[in-house]
Ligand binder design. Structure first.
Ligand SMILES: Nc1nc2c(ncn2[C@@H]2O[C@H](COP(=O)(O)OP(=O)(O)OP(=O)(O)O)[C@@H](O)[C@H]2O)c(=O)[nH]1
Ligand SMILES: [Mg+2]
Length: 498
């Protein structure tokens, strides 16, 4: 149909007979703004489509392409997607934010976002997620944009995926699958990879029939019947299912073993009573940037969602010289797939186990309050309700000062900082110092110079109130934790009986 060198755009224009005559003009346009040009000259039918559409178009969603090489690169290996959301509750702004986030997720997964629509409904359609009429309009949009995948903003049942695929004639995936895919791409450690693989298998198991298996659709209701009614395909699916279950069991055993190693390290830290601070927060809030800024850790920072999947723990020191650990954690997202919450529970327990949570929120995001709420929900989920929290409002350099004021008013225990410029870091460090639990036991001990290691420990793990070098050894007065107090007990001078 076309002999041009940039096939997909041409094809998609040419494929639509209504725009065929516009093709030559469109090709002369230098940039990708062609779609608006064509929009302006649409025939009546198309205007009507947008008029009657309860499918509300969310503007500004298309992936911004920086240069031609990127266009070619993306077209070679990436999927072209159209997003669709069902807007059940809340304001239109909230619904649009959710779809904008889905667009960011899709881009993080490597897709090119062509368009996005939302439909207002009381609840998602049990058969096709969006209403069946709207599903046919979605099919038009798929044709028009040349998309090869539709991404739905929710978790769809296996049946909904199949039925919607039937109508739109391209692959349909949901938010859960998308997030699983990103996690799979980003996991680096052996444990992280295993956890994601396990979550993917859990997700796949009930959907095994779904993927292009017309057979399962013919079988209909629940696949009752005995051997006699069972086709060869069904047997294959059952075999697959059994294999997946076996793999999952093996994976669970492996994960349990890997977890032990991390547990031991964590207990070691606990035994030494090193206070721990966990940096938690919504994905892309700037958690890794903050860790880097506070400790020079050199952790990967990326403007993409879920850049961090493997928890990093670094040693840090308060201005007063106390040692503590600072842990970077996996980012949170609204509607975090249940399987992933389970898979990453052990990682998130790191948050629950800490003495202090630095809850990082992106002050420059359009809806920081929603992010705060979503993160708190997960924190509650992993049972970390009793841990003290400092809300760290990040990206103060880019945020609207009015929003910063609003957040600071709302959150009693909050501080505005910028991990990028370093603004607010001194204050944050001081705040961490005051919030970290202090050792409770006051001791006075005369530690001989032969046991200098113990003096160093008191400095690192406790708080030295006074220190004096005498001929017999170091005279220390300090606040220490129980174990250290026990170690010092032998050097506590026995009061003279007078
Ligand atoms: N303007 C501005 N941008 C920032 C600031 N802190 C971080 N960023 C940017 O925000 C993006 C995300 O930063 P990360 O530190 O990777 O965020 P994260 O919370 O670790 O993200 P995940 O690991 O993906 O959950 C990067 O592009 C950073 O450069 C800041 O204070 N100001
Ligand atoms: Mg990170």
């Amino acid at each position: 149909m076309t002999s041009s060198s940039s096939p997909s755009q041409d094809e998609q224009i040419a494929a639509d007979p209504r725009t065929d005559s516009l093709r030559a003009d469109a090709l002369m346009e230098e940039d990708v703004a062609w779609s608006q040009e064509i929009d302006g000259q649409r025939d009546g039918d198309q205007f009507e489509r947008s008029d009657r559409a309860a499918l509300r178009r969310v503007v500004g969603l298309s992936t911004e392409l920086e240069d031609v090489t990127e266009v070619e690169y993306r077209q070679l290996r990436l999927e072209r997607v159209v997003l669709v959301g069902v807007w059940v509750t809340g304001t239109v702004q909230e619904a649009e934010n959710s779809l904008a986030e889905l667009a960011a997720l899709a881009e993080t997964a490597g897709a090119l976002v062509l368009d996005g629509v939302i439909q207002r409904r009381d609840k998602p359609d049990p058969a096709t997620y969006i209403g069946s009429g709207k599903a046919r309009e979605l099919y038009d949009l798929v044709l028009e944009t040349g998309a090869d995948t539709v991404v739905c903003d929710g978790e769809l049942s296996p049946g909904q995926l199949i039925h919607l695929e039937d109508v739109v004639k391209v692959k349909v995936v949901d938010r859960t699958a998308l997030i699983l895919d990103i996690f799979a791409q980003h996991a680096k450690s052996r444990e992280g990879k295993a956890q994601v693989a396990l979550a993917q298998m859990q997700y796949m198991l009930p959907r095994l029939r779904g993927w292009g298996q017309s057979l399962s659709r013919q079988m209909g209701g629940g696949g009752g019947g005995g051997m006699a009614t069972r086709g060869p395909g069904e047997t294959k699916i059952e075999t697959d299912r059994r294999r997946i279950r076996e793999k999952m069991a093996k994976m669970r055993r492996e994960i349990a073993e890997m977890k032990t190693g991390r547990e031991i390290k964590r207990q070691e830290r606990r035994r030494h009573r090193v206070p721990s601070v966990a940096i938690a927060g919504y994905t892309n809030a700037g958690k890794s940037s903050l860790l880097n800024r506070l400790t020079g850790a050199g952790v990967l920072v990326e403007n993409s969602l879920f850049a961090t999947l493997d928890p990093t723990v670094r040693r840090a020191e308060t201005p007063s010289g106390r040692i503590y650990t600072l842990a970077d954690t996996v980012g949170f997202v609204r509607h975090l797939p249940h399987h992933l919450v389970e898979a990453f529970r052990s990682t998130m327990e790191e948050v629950g186990d800490s003495d202090l949570i630095l809850h990082v929120v992106d002050g420059a995001h359009p809806a920081p309050e929603e992010q705060l709420a979503a993160v708190r929900e997960v924190i509650r989920d992993v049972g970390a309700v009793d841990v003290r929290e400092i809300v760290v409002i990040n990206k103060a350099d880019a945020a609207d000062p009015e929003v910063l004021r609003r957040l600071l008013r709302m959150e009693r225990h909050a501080i505005a900082v910028s991990a990028r410029t370093g603004a607010g870091m001194t204050e944050l460090l001081a705040l961490i110092d005051t919030e970290l639990p202090r050792p409770e036991i006051t001791v006075e001990a005369l530690v001989p110079y032969t046991d200098g290691g113990l003096v160093s420990r008191v400095h690192a793990e406790g708080e030295v109130l006074s220190e004096e070098h005498t001929p017999e050894g170091t005279m220390l007065k300090a606040q220490v934790h129980e174990e250290l107090a026990a170690a010092l007990a032998v050097y506590v001078p026995v009061p003279a009986i007078g």
